[in-house]
Every structure is written in structure tokens, then in C-alpha cells.
Design a binder for this molecule. Structure first.
Ligand code: HEM
Length: 296
């Protein structure tokens, strides 16, 4: 029994990867969803009509993830953010954001394992997801490190504003767009600052990749559009008329998502933002993620 569990886990992960490759290939040959019709009919948000937004009230459970909080704020997940099944998380993130079914199983299943719960029958509250160095980690773009702010549901507005103001791209109508190099640059700054100011700072390679994965949704699912990101990140609300920018029939697969994530992570160079004193005295840390400067 002791040996079965890790074997079952590896088998599940390999199965999900194979499924993901299949979905990626299938996406190449089937037509994309029509613009304006990305959110499936019958699901909240179909035709751009999101259920009423109600800000969380005292006692509601919220977490460090703006996308999940927004779903609770619209009642797509329970409004109190409590007693959510992992299966429900799977189906709702799929319909709301058009991630591929492989991703929508993989991440909630990872979260269930992280919380030592059973994917098929247990429930969780949103705040449970903030287990430090589970998925939540130091040096993020929207929250102060847990050392300074134990409640990771609290939006750190100056960080969000700085992120939004860092956009250098423009769409065809001249509206601001966040780009891959923008995201690498602001992530470098955030990590360097957090490392310098937080006496308990930690960020291993795994969590650095998790960080770039979370933040890469800003470029993929949200298409880097600053106008939408303002609403989503500052109010944790889905704008009227909003739909996922992923139009592939089977959604954003892990394989395709990884193309963006790896470019963002590769472009991160903390040294560019490290305080001079820290650079002079700090030995290379085994869990640091200083990378050679490379533009994505
Ligand atoms: C599948 C279930 C999901 C879980 C369990 C989850 C969990 C988390 C957690 C724990 C964080 C905090 C990470 C940190 O410390 O920076 C986070 C951040 C984030 N998540 Fe999610 N999330 C999920 C789905 C999504 C989806 C579907 C999207 C986008 C549509 C998304 C977008 C983000 C963004 C933009 C951040 C902020 C990244 C940063 O501050 O650097 N998440 N998520």
C-alpha cells in the first residue's frame, strides 16, 4: 500500500500529460470558438453576461488567487467561498476561463493532494489554498509576502498598480497590453525586493515556476489587456462582456500554456533589481532563481 500511492500518482500525472498532448493536437485541427461565443451556452458568462458581482462580506473565505475570488464574487463558486468540491472547481474554471480539461483536473487534483484531501469526495474553503509554499509563495505580483500580510486574500493595491503601469505593449486600437518581457521585468523586481526585505523569504525553483504559471494567465486567458486586468485584479470582478481570450475548442492546454510560462520565467533576472548592498554581500542561495538576462 505504501508503494502504491506514489506509483498511482505518477501514473495519473503521466496519463494527464498524454491527455494534454492529445488535446493540443486536436486543437490544431478543429475550428476555434467564435469570438463572443467562447463561454459555453448555459454557463454563467455566456454571451458576456456574468452573474451579479457582490463583494465578499465579513466571514466569507477568499484567497490569493484573483481568478477564483472573482468566481466566488459572481456566485459561480459559492459566494461564501466555502465547502467547494474539487470537481466543482474543475468544471467551473473550465467553463469560465477556457483552460483545457487536462489543466482543470491537474491543478485541483494537485491542490487536493497539497491539502491532504481526496479529490473525489472532499471539500475545501478558498482560504485553505493559501497554505504557504503549497501553491502560494513569496515574491508574488499582487500580494505582500505572508511574513508581512498573513491574510493572503488582501490585495496589495500599490503592487497591482505598478504591474498595470508596467505594460509597454499596445493592441491595434492603441490600448495598453502587458507583454512577456513586461511580466518578466516586474516579476524580477518583485522577487528581488521581496528577497531583500523579507527575513523569511523563500522561493525554490518549483515555486518560481508556479509563480510564472499563475502570472502567465494574465497574458493568455486575459490576453494582457490592461483595461480588463484593472477590473479583475483590483475588484476581483469579471468585466461585463468579458470572455476568455483562449478560443481553442479544447481550451488552453498545459503544453501550450508552458510555452508562455517558460518564456516569462527565462526572462526573469532578479540581479537587475537587487539592492547594491545585497549583491555585494549575499552568497548565491540554493533556492534563489537568479537567471541569466535573456529577453523572452
Ligand atoms: C485551478 C485552480 C487554481 C488554484 C488552486 C489557484 C491557486 C492560486 C494560488 C494559491 C495563488 C497564489 C500564488 C502566489 O503566492 O503568488 C494564485 C495566484 C494567481 N492565480 Fe490562481 N489558482 C487556480 C486557478 C487560476 C486560474 C484559472 C487563473 C486564471 C484564469 C488563475 C490566475 C492567477 C493569478 C493571475 C494569480 C496571481 C499571480 C501572482 O501574484 O504572481 N488562477 N492562484
Amino acid at each position: 500500500m505504501l508503494f502504491l500511492s506514489p506509483i498511482a500518482k505518477v501514473t495519473t500525472d503521466l496519463g494527464v500529460l498524454a491527455w494534454d498532448v492529445g488535446l493540443t493536437l486536436f486543437n490544431l485541427v478543429i475550428p476555434k470558438r467564435k469570438e463572443g461565443k467562447v463561454t459555453p451556452a448555459g454557463h454563467p458568462g455566456a454571451d458576456g453576461k456574468w452573474p451579479e458581482y457582490i463583494a465578499p462580506k465579513e466571514g466569507d473565505s477568499r484567497c490569493s488567487c484573483p481568478a477564483l475570488n472573482a468566481m466566488a464574487n459572481h456566485g459561480i463558486l459559492p459566494r461564501d467561498g466555502k465547502n467547494i468540491t474539487f470537481k466543482e472547481l474543475n468544471t467551473t474554471i473550465r467553463a469560465t476561463y477556457n483552460f483545457a480539461p487536462s489543466f482543470c483536473f491537474f491543478v485541483p487534483n494537485f491542490a487536493a493532494n497539497m491539502l491532504k484531501k481526496k479529490y473525489r469526495k472532499d471539500t475545501f474553503d478558498l482560504a485553505d489554498l493559501d497554505l504557504h509554499n503549497g501553491i502560494e509563495h513569496d515574491g508574488s505580483l499582487l500580494r505582500r509576502d505572508v511574513h508581512f500580510e498573513p491574510n493572503q486574500a488582501v490585495i496589495h493595491v500599490p503592487y497591482v498598480k505598478e504591474l498595470l503601469e508596467s505594460a509597454t505593449g499596445k493592441d491595434k486600437d492603441g490600448n495598453p497590453l502587458l507583454t512577456i518581457p513586461d511580466l518578466s521585468r516586474i516579476s524580477s523586481k518583485r522577487r528581488a525586493e521581496a528577497r531583500a526585505e523579507n527575513p523569511e523569504f523563500s522561493l525554490d525553483k518549483f515555486h518560481a515556476m508556479f509563480g510564472s504559471s499563475n502570472s502567465s494567465t494574465l497574458l493568455t486567458i486575459f490576453g494582457g489587456r490592461i483595461r480588463d486586468l484593472e477590473t479583475i485584479l483590483l475588484e476581483e470582478r469579471l468585466p461585463d462582456g468579458w470572455e476568455s481570450r483562449i478560443r481553442e475548442q479544447n481550451g488552453l492546454t498545459m503544453l501550450n500554456f508552458n510555452l508562455t510560462v517558460s518564456k516569462v520565467e527565462k526572462g526573469i533576472d532578479e540581479k537587475k533589481f537587487a539592492p547594491a548592498a545585497a549583491l555585494a554581500t549575499e552568497p548565491a542561495s540554493p533556492d534563489s532563481v537568479a537567471k541569466p538576462a535573456e529577453e523572452a
